[in-house]
Design a protein around this ligand. Structure first.
Ligand code: SF4
Length: 232
């Protein structure tokens, strides 16, 4: 046997490349998912959703908590492969403590039924967890504060698909300058997660003309979801 044979414990050039790629991927996965979020502010020590929710329930980091009834943290299957993200709780959600239970939520339920994605299988949350008074848009400082909970939800739950419902979620998750009408229906990929933006169900109620495009998006979402489920 030749003494030139390489040691089994030395990395061959291809293996070295593989090791470097793995290190890079690990580094990327450990960095914050949402643009602009600082890791140290997104509850790095919390490893369970229940624990995170407990913290959120006692949160008063922004003014929204002083006018809402309760914190609406999220709802659904904690091990879900798919996470839907809306803007913030409305009046019905504030009263019931669950996201997407008002008219827009009922429409979302119908779309999910049509797409053969049972609501019980999905996880739904919002960018801000407290209802903005009068259903106004959350202010940038409120979004900056509350997105840390969303970041932690994504880190802990590790969904395979994220669906951004409306402009606010799209701007927080995909790109601060995102316009839903321009980016909807396209898959984005980050840290192994597939992300799609589509219209918020409230926008579909206001503009029924958007329904056709939204249904096209949900068909793509359904197909990807089925693919991920089939992979196990
Ligand atoms: S909106 Fe978010 S950051 Fe503001 S008080 Fe509620 S949970 Fe805390």
């Amino acid at each position: 046997m030749s003494s030139e044979q390489p040691s089994l414990f030395e990395l061959l050039p291809g293996e070295e490349l593989y090791r470097q790629e793995k290190q890079l991927a690990a580094k990327e996965i450990s960095s914050p998912f949402l643009p602009g979020v600082k890791e140290k502010e997104a509850f790095p020590g919390i490893k369970e959703v229940g624990q995170l929710e407990e913290v959120a329930q006692h949160c008063s980091k922004c003014r929204l908590r002083s006018t809402c009834r309760q914190v609406v943290f999220g709802d659904g299957e904690l091990k879900s492969k798919i996470m839907f993200i809306g803007e913030g709780p409305g009046k019905d959600e504030d009263e019931q403590g669950r996201p997407f239970v008002g008219r827009a939520g009922q429409l979302l339920d119908k779309i999910l039924v049509a797409a053969e994605i049972p609501r019980a299988q999905v996880y739904i949350t919002n960018v801000v967890k407290c209802r903005p008074p009068g259903n106004r848009l959350p202010n940038p400082d409120e979004v900056r504060e509350c997105r840390n909970y969303l970041e932690a939800q994504i880190r802990i739950m590790q969904p395979g698909i994220i669906v951004c419902l409306g402009a606010m979620a799209s701007q927080v998750v995909i790109d601060p300058k995102a316009s839903v009408s321009k980016i909807r229906g396209k898959w984005f990929s980050r840290q192994g997660v597939k992300i799609m933006a589509t219209y918020h169900p409230a926008a579909l109620l206001r503009n029924p003309a958007y329904k056709k495009a939204a249904w096209q998006d949900f068909q793509l979402i359904r197909d990807e979801y089925k693919k991920i489920l089939a992979q196990g």
